[in-house]
Design a protein around this ligand. Structure first.
Ligand SMILES: Nc1nc2c(ncn2[C@@H]2O[C@H](COP(=O)(O)OP(=O)(O)O)[C@@H](O)[C@H]2O)c(=O)[nH]1
Ligand SMILES: [Mg+2]
Ligand SMILES: [Zn+2]
Length: 359
């Protein structure tokens, strides 16, 4: 073999090696598995807690994967979502209670279409009750949907009455389309009737106020009558007795309740997830975790005034269509407050919330 031939051979084997390497790289690139599709199972918009026994039970019982079946081949059924956990939910149909994989954004009270152990579609909602997540104000927390009445449970003492919280609830309820009802619990602890005077203003503007005691049973039948046949969500500060009132209405619910902390007079969060229960008379009740603060979801300062219904008839007389009822001369709302046609407490509540939205 000549030197030239040797050199050629060397070049060929070099070329071969290069080709081999390229092939290997191409094959390696081709064989690289596709990154798995991102599965979003974000139900953080609903109120649930991983440690809640209902939620952990739901998780255990759900199939790991959706079966691969063509969408048009799936026969769906309709049901009502009664509890939610991470990626899973409990669905009630006419005859059965099932556990299903959920969809992002699902809330207790949702009507859904489901098939093969998975929710396929959330049906349009009539009403919603939302608030911003206390730890991430950009995230919506949907407390309940499709309710007729939001029962804002308050207690006269232990924990004390907080009218500011009621005012914020009323705004959120108005925005979400349900009707409000104020349930004043623990009236057995009432020392003086005058403690209830702060609630008169709500009766004046047409919000039903029902006094009751889960401990003695006083007023419980009146509350049941007011809610008969409706879908209602019980909300309010922790420890006011939401779960206790629901147990008084229907003892078989046996919802967990908790002591109010002696140290700070605040309730503890015993109820960790929202859950819907259907009572014998057809009334549907939703118990919710207690809250310590109540933010307003997606309500701007400029639209706040529309959620104070009692301003409505007077605001038509304001000289400016976009009157904020604060500094404008000739404002008919402020005039109505001066005359006593709009309760001063309500106007003050408006100014307080407006200020908080502008901060
Ligand atoms: N004195 C009195 N205590 C009550 C009444 N209702 C509830 N409680 C107590 O208040 C505490 C908190 O009740 P709970 O139902 O867990 O409140 P929730 O956090 O709003 O669900 C418990 O210790 C209950 O026993 C009532 O009508 N009167
Ligand atoms: Mg509770
Ligand atoms: Zn005005």
């Amino acid at each position: 073999m000549t030197r030239q031939e040797k050199r050629n051979l060397k070049d060929i084997s070099k070329l071969k090696r290069q080709r081999e390497r390229q092939k290997f790289i191409a094959a390696a690139a081709g064989a690289k598995p596709e990154p798995p599709p991102r599965v979003r199972l974000d139900t953080r918009t609903a109120d649930w807690d991983e440690e809640d026994p209902v939620v952990s039970e739901l998780r255990r019982a759900v199939p790991a994967q959706r079966p691969a079946v063509a969408a048009e081949a799936i026969a769906t059924e309709e049901g009502l979502v009664t509890a939610i956990g991470k990626g899973v939910c409990r669905v009630q149909t006419d005859g059965a209670t099932l556990r299903c994989r959920s969809l992002p954004g699902l809330a207790v009270g949702d009507r859904v279409r489901f098939a093969l152990g998975a929710v396929q579609e959330i049906l349009p909602r009539r009403t919603t009750l939302s608030r911003p997540d206390p730890h991430n104000p950009k995230l919506e927390r949907v407390m309940a949907v499709n309710v007729d009445v939001v029962v804002n449970v308050v207690s006269v003492s232990s924990p004390p009455l907080r009218p500011g919280l009621i005012d914020r609830y009323l705004v959120a309820i108005q925005r979400g389309g349900a009707k409000p009802l104020i349930c004043v619990n623990k009236i057995d602890l009432l020392q003086d009737e005058r403690e209830l005077e702060a609630l008169d203003v709500y009766r004046t503007i047409g919000v039903p106020v029902v006094l009751c005691s889960a401990a003695t049973g006083a007023g419980v039948s009146e509350l049941m009558d007011a809610l008969s046949g409706l879908t209602c969500v019980f909300t309010g500060h922790s420890g006011v007795g939401k779960s206790s009132v629901l147990n008084a209405i229907c003892p078989s619910l046996a919802l967990a309740t908790h002591q109010v902390s002696a140290a700070n007079n605040k309730g503890q969060h015993t109820t960790r997830s929202s859950s819907l229960h259907i009572l014998a008379n057809g009334t549907k009740v939703i118990d919710t975790p207690g809250i310590r603060q109540f933010g307003l979801w997606e309500i701007g300062a400029e639209e706040l005034r529309w959620y104070f219904n009692e301003f409505g008839q007077f605001s038509h007389g304001c000289p400016y269509a976009n009157c904020t009822h604060t500094h404008e001369p000739g404002c008919e709302v402020k005039e109505a407050v001066r005359r006593g046609d709009i309760p001063k407490a309500r106007f003050d509540a408006y100014l307080r919330i407006l200020q908080s939205l502008l901060e």
